[in-house]
Ligand binder design. Structure first.
Ligand code: NAD
Ligand code: UDP
Ligand code: UDP
Length: 314
């Protein structure tokens, strides 16, 4: 398939900027659209030197008229402190953003991929999570603007597929980490690393026995690109993430060891609606995309610690 021109919404963010790097490295013509709510121009600074890359300030809740062949729809704040800052805008970004990007895909007949999330499973009673599981999501809590917004975006994708025969692809991303995560976004990996490097206490929420599965960003981007190029008619949703499951205490110990930090651990209350466990079942991705993650947590953490060391010392 000739990729032609590729639109990446949220392209100045953490995952989006890595995706733009990858697409430009493969000689694609990339249009990056972002309103810089959580993303920064700095994340894509190096790409501005190539004419293959174009950067546009735009909010996806407003219509966008451009001519492209593929769309990766990533625009949406992803961490609780950012998406809860203006919850109404978060829902608008997911829902109006999806409508606008689907309308665009319909007009220009582009293939469109949605960056959905494991949060559509909520606090799951099925473990590990398979794509056929419908989830257990609170519709009225502080996380709902994100979780329900992303669920509604999936609904819109599948309705445009059924109703307008759009060529859609939906990936459900599980916790991903790596360089260019926001230092202050409250996510566990960035929090622990920044705290360890500054010698501040490592904040463990609850008893630290809750688990998460962490995927390194390079593995994630590989899966997204494979999904975009997957066979005609394969829509997903497909889980992408790393099934290696760790408790937050194990993660804290690993970060302390790898950074050589002497920080102590400090226990804090568990946030509202915080899922106890989350782990992807990635058999569908293995079968359809021939993909599995390859970067062990320890290696990915070393890269990420190196990145934070650099930005903290600036
Ligand atoms: P991020 O906050 O770094 O990136 C999101 C980008 O979208 C930012 O650059 C932000 O400025 C931009 N944006 C936000 N609202 C916008 C709007 N209305 N119009 C235009 N741009 C807007 O987050 P990320 O971790 O890179 O996440 C990217 C996507 O992946 C999101 O859709 C997120 O829901 C999804 N996702 C991420 C993870 C993860 O672990 N990082 C997990 C599941 C899903
Ligand atoms: N849209 C857009 N760019 C386009 C085409 C459409 O942003 O190139 C927006 C348009 O503003 C509309 C939305 O996408 O609100 C949905 O478009 P669609 O054609 O599906 O619906 P309709 O225009 O009939 O409401
Ligand atoms: N967490 C923690 N200390 C922190 C930040 C987060 O113990 O400083 C916990 C949090 O309660 C959750 C897990 O780490 O159980 C993952 O949190 P994150 O916000 O990174 O991701 P999500 O909850 O969206 O999976």
């Amino acid at each position: 398939m000739d990729d032609g021109r590729v639109l990446v919404t949220g392209g100045a963010g953490f995952l989006g900027s890595h995706l733009c790097d990858r697409l430009v490295a493969e000689d694609h013509d990339v249009l990056c659209v972002d309103n810089y709510f959580t993303g920064t121009k700095r994340n894509v600074e190096a790409l501005l030197r190539t004419p293959l890359f174009e950067l546009m300030r735009h909010d996806v809740t407003f219509p966008l008229y451009v001519e492209v062949d593929q769309i990766y729809n990533l625009a949406c704040p992803a961490s609780p402190i950012h998406y809860q800052f203006d919850p109404v805008q978060t829902t608008k970004t997911s829902v109006h953003g999806a409508i606008n990007m689907l309308g665009l895909a319909k007009r220009v007949k582009a293939r469109i991929l949605q960056a959905s999330t494991s949060e559509v499973y909520g606090d799951p009673e099925v473990h590990p999570q398979v794509e056929s599981y419908w989830g257990r999501v609170n519709p009225i809590g502080p996380r709902s603007c994100y979780d329900e917004g992303k669920r509604c975006a999936e609904t819109l994708f599948f309705d445009y597929w059924r109703q307008h025969k759009l060529d859609i692809k939906v990936v459900r991303i599980f916790n991903t980490y790596g360089p260019r995560m926001h230092p202050n976004d409250g996510r566990v990996v960035s929090n622990f690393i920044v705290q360890a490097l500054k010698g501040e206490p490592i904040t463990i929420f609850g008893d630290g026995q809750q688990t998460r599965s962490f995927c390194y960003v390079d593995d994630l981007i590989e899966a997204m690109v494979r999904m975009m190029h997957s066979r005609q008619g394969f829509t997903g949703p497909v889980n992408i993430g790393n099934p290696g499951e760790f408790t937050m205490l194990e993660l804290a110990e690993l970060v302390l060891r790898l950074s050589g930090s002497k920080s102590r651990m400090e226990f804090k209350p568990l946030p509202h609606d915080d899922p106890r466990q989350r782990q992807p079942d990635i058999s569908l991705a293995a079968e359809e995309l021939g993909w599995k993650p390859t970067v062990p947590l320890e290696d990915g953490l070393k890269e990420t610690i190196g990145y934070f060391r650099r930005i903290i010392s600036e």
